[in-house]
Design a protein around this ligand. Structure first.
Ligand code: NAI
Length: 298
């Protein structure tokens, strides 16, 4: 094949290597499989990989049973990037913990493994794309690709350019996201980008209301869902996102804005994180999660 169609096909068909098999990584791997890519999913935690495959299979079963039955031919799981075939045309999407040093290490390993043909996309919620890129061998190949939770359901993706990101890299990643059924918002790297910047007061004021004992988490959630017409209240949403993730994002935005009191993290949330009450993923956060219950339990 030659001409524009061939170009389009190859531009939209890289091998996708998702690093981190947690809440976000497994969702990203799922939509890449559903879009027909060869996908690898890397996580040093075998338990996470196992849980990710079970989740992906059961979710694909609902809409694409044909993809679920032979999932292992489409999705390669590995505890280390070294076990993944080193396809030159690879889109790496990292969804590991929200820690700049860990993300930089992951990108360095990916660059060594896949070589300069690869693109390095980060799902960071709040870290500077420019700073993550600066720690890599080629900052022009690094771009933010910020999905929302749950990835297969949420249509929006923020495509974020750092100071050095190549415009062609931005365009290619945005085209891929669109081919996966997503709507793309183009953003310049800045603390919290668009959504996590605007969402900080939503969580922060709700946490302050709770700390001041103005109302319970259930009442605040109910009011925002009911009168406010939000899809989810702030506390059930924090439990879905993960209190550890949400707390880290707030802390990063707060630091980036020179400790502006508007973004100050909540002590209550810090306590929940310290106690391992991370939300749905740990079975308890602001609410308790019984796997058989439709709604969270207070
Ligand atoms: P998570 O805690 O559910 O999963 C993180 C995974 O990364 C774990 O499975 C862990 O074993 C793995 N991991 C840690 N170090 C690794 C390494 N060196 N190599 C490979 N895997 C490694 O976290 P979650 O919620 O999936 O977040 C991941 C990223 O996505 C973070 O940057 C977060 O800020 C961002 N994000 C999270 C959202 C959410 O709602 N949870 C929404 C949008 C972005």
């Amino acid at each position: 094949m030659s001409g524009p169609t061939a170009l389009k096909a190859s531009l939209l068909d890289p091998h996708v290597c998702v690093i981190g098999a947690g809440t976000m990584g497994r969702g990203i791997a799922q939509i890449a499989v559903a879009a027909g890519h060869a996908v690898s999913l890397v996580d040093p935690d075998a338990g996470q990989l196992q849980a990710a495959v079970a989740d992906i299979r059961s979710r694909l079963n609902r809409k694409h049973p044909e993809l679920a039955t032979d999932l292992e031919t489409r999705l390669l799981c590995a505890k280390s990037i070294d076990a993944v075939p080193a396809a030159a045309d690879t889109l790496v999407v990292e969804a590991v913990v929200e820690d700049l040093a860990v993300k930089a290490t992951v990108f360095a390993q990916a660059w060594d493994h896949f070589g300069p043909g690869c693109l390095l996309a980060t799902n960071t919620s709040s870290l500077s794309i420019t700073e993550i890129a600066a720690a890599t061998a080629d900052p022009t190949r690094v771009v933010g690709l910020h999905f929302f939770n749950p990835v297969p359901v949420m249509r929006l993706v923020e495509v974020i350019r750092g100071l050095d990101t190549d415009q062609e890299v931005v365009a290619r990643v945005a085209a891929l996201a669109r081919s996966w059924g997503k709507e793309v918002a183009h953003v310049r790297s800045a603390p919290g980008f668009i959504v996590n910047r605007v969402a900080r007061p939503f969580y922060g004021e709700s946490l302050r209301l709770l700390e001041e004992q103005t109302a319970s988490a259930e009442i605040i959630d109910e009011v925002l869902r009911g009168a406010g017409q939000f899809r989810m209240g702030p506390f059930e949403l924090m439990d879905l996102i993960g209190n550890d993730v949400n707390f880290t994002v707030t802390s990063t935005v707060w630091r980036a804005f020179n400790f502006d009191a508007r973004y100050a993290p909540s002590q209550l949330q810090a306590e929940l994180v310290a106690a391992g009450r991370l939300g749905r993923k740990s079975g308890r956060g602001f609410y308790r999660y019984d796997l058989d219950a439709d709604r969270p339990q207070p």
